[in-house]
Design a protein around this ligand. Structure first.
Ligand code: FES
Length: 98
């Protein structure tokens, strides 16, 4: 569905989306990486369980909330990928950190 419009200029790195290793260009947002790998929906709503995906890509809509390195309710569009990150889809309100 989504694809890069040009060859990445930076090195690629490995992140894990729902436990699956994914190669992504360094320097992109987590939300962009999720869209690039079609890992959708990225979350479900707490009340109705409706599916959601990154929308505004600028920190306003909160539709990109995900569990990132064990922390729920993180806006994936506001964080840059880093080697070895573990990103999980967030179901409902998300798990509380241990
Ligand atoms: S995509 Fe809208 S806040 Fe992240």
């Amino acid at each position: 569905m989504f694809k890069l419009i040009s060859e990445p200029q930076a090195d690629s790195l490995t992140i894990y989306i729902d436990g699956q290793p994914c190669q992504v260009p360094a320097g992109i947002s987590i939300a962009a990486a999720v869209l690039l790998h079609n890992a959708l929906p990225s979350r479900t709503t707490p009340v109705s369980g409706a599916p959601r995906a990154p929308f505004c890509m600028m920190g306003v809509c909160f539709d990109c909330l995900m569990e990132i390195d064990g922390q729920p309710n993180q806006r994936a569009c506001q964080m840059i990928v880093a080697e070895g990150m573990h990103i999980n889809r967030q179901l409902a309100a998300g798990r509380k950190p241990a």
